[in-house]
Design a protein around this ligand. Sequence first.
Ligand code: ADP
Length: 354
Amino acid sequence: MEKKFRKIGVLTSGGDAPGMNAAVRAVTRAALSRGVEVMGIIGGYRGLIHDEMINLKARNVSNIINRGGTFLYSDRCLEFKTEEGMQRAIEVCKKHEIDGIVAIGGDGTFRGATDLSVRGIPTIGIPGTIDNDITATETTIGFDTAMNTVLQMVDRLRDTCESHARCNVVEVMGRGAGDIALNTAMALGAVAVVIPEVAFDEEACMAKIRRLREDGKRSFLVIVSEGVEKFAPGLAKRIEEQTGVETKYACLAHVVRGGDPTLADRVLATKLGVAAVDQLLAGKSNLVLCQNNSQVVAVDILYSQCLDRYYKGTLKDGMLEKFSADEKAAMEKVIAEKKEEFRKYYAMVNDLAQ
Ligand code: ADP
């Protein structure tokens, strides 16, 4: 028989992302409208272990849809990865009679969610990370806002580059994923982009800058993903040495993680938040809510994690064995399409004649 939900918990965990507040609001309002109480767990899994939570009423989530960061705060909690920490979290859930949890975060957060659900606490994940590194979904909450922030910041650099006839090499966040770098490079008309997914042709980049400078172009932008570690400062130096164009290096760092969420992120957060409550109250667990082809879909968390590992080439022995031939084929199709997209857009940005 289906379990009757009386109370759920919601938490934000791992790296924060604009739109997390909008997701918490949607989860809270959707649950309350169905007569289910909501506990807002403070500071991610740490709050669950240390029993730090507040009973959320509609008024607590008023006026937060527009705010960056997360009013529930976030944390990285190593204690939660231990059996002892996990057991304390389960005890706290029992004490508060929490029937299920919505966990908003990235892949680490989903691993924690799986651990909770195998110990009897139904858990649903919502992808909240600026990095867009959850392969099962086309877009994560915070990704759009982060890209728009990069756009605003680098447009400012462009102004001063043009005045002084300079090049600016800009490192942008994204952890191991080049999604932010690739998309913003395209939107900024960057002369080159460096991402972890595709080998960078530095010689071609230098030749292109020299050719364009001879043709009278004054300013140049190069976007580098932080996933290509410790690369951007050296590249800036080499561009100056090898092309004669004065070159500055900038790292946008955590600036990209803050700020008011865009319309796209607020809408995504709202849709996924409501869908998460629907799934939990329908008795489902161990799912991550995704948006593909403009449709919200629920994907098995283990499938999502395996897909990520398959994509990154970090699968462990036997991981794929849990999945059917059709599921494996579906994973391979998604991976092939994503890789092809990266290859195509990398070539587009780096080869565009200006
Ligand atoms: P993100 O969710 O953005 O990927 P992290 O990787 O830092 O961020 O993970 C967020 C939190 O999720 C961690 O601090 C930890 O509490 C929990 N977590 C991560 N990995 C695991 C794991 N393997 N088992 C249990 N909990 C985990």
